[in-house]
Design a protein around this ligand. Structure first.
Ligand SMILES: C[S@@+](CC[C@H](N)C(=O)[O-])C[C@H]1O[C@@H](n2cnc3c(N)ncnc32)[C@H](O)[C@@H]1O
Length: 196
């Protein structure tokens, strides 16, 4: 199946140029993964599933001008969001060397002008407050909020890709912020919003 069919099935509408770049990313990741073992998504089809998972929130988020993705790994969701949002300045914080090499190579090869790869833990990232901070499969919600407190402010929104533990995790921060949990199959997207 083509990537466009995966996207159509979820109602994700993107320009052909962006879909071409996403396909290019999938080919690159598939090649690198055979040698460097970057992700558990071993087939192109599995990579397409991860692309759809990364992009699904475009249907409900406010598009940010600046986005930080914490622990991007092999590109999910930060690099994929950066491809789909060329007007958004995207910072990818990832400390693991071989994943950083891939992220930098893919950024260059795909000609992405809006991406900066920070080869460090998020605790060391220096930046003004981001409009949005995303993360998938890195750590729990409370710790993510704590680790990014220096680079966020009252306008920052958060998009965390969670599983079933989201309900326990949100109980730890409840009362502090307004949020939605958008469920899709096994995925719970935690969208912590700024209502101003
Ligand atoms: C399980 S992987 C998830 C990768 C990707 N987000 C995904 O969902 O496929 C977790 C990633 O978080 C990175 N990581 C762990 N602690 C981090 C930190 N403090 N700051 C930034 N990245 C971190 C790891 O190096 C690893 O690549």
């Amino acid at each position: 199946m083509e990537l466009s069919q995966y996207l159509d099935a979820e109602g994700i509408i993107l320009d052909d140029e962006i879909i071409g770049k996403l396909e290019g990313f999938a080919v690159l990741l598939h090649e690198w993964n055979q040698v460097h073992n970057l992700t558990g998504a071993r087939s192109v089809a599995a990579i397409y599933d991860n692309i759809v998972d990364s992009l699904y929130p475009l249907a409900f988020i406010k598009i940010p001008k600046t986005l930080l993705d914490v622990g991007t790994g092999a590109g999910f969701p930060g690099l994929v969001l950066a491809i789909a949002l060329p007007e958004t300045e995207v910072v990818l914080a990832e400390p693991l060397k071989k994943r950083v090499s891939f992220l930098k190579y893919a950024t260059m090869d795909l000609g992405l002008k809006n991406v900066k790869v920070e080869a460090k833990r998020v605790e060391s990232v220096e930046h003004e407050a981001f409009d949005m901070i995303s993360s998938r499969a890195v750590t729990n919600t409370k710790l993510l909020l704590d680790l990014t407190s220096r680079i966020s402010d009252e306008h920052t929104e958060y998009l965390f890709y969670k599983g079933s533990r989201v309900f326990d995790e949100i109980a730890q921060v409840e009362g502090q912020m307004s949020y939605d949990i958008i469920q899709k199959n096994q995925r719970n997207y935690l969208y912590i919003k700024n209502e101003t």
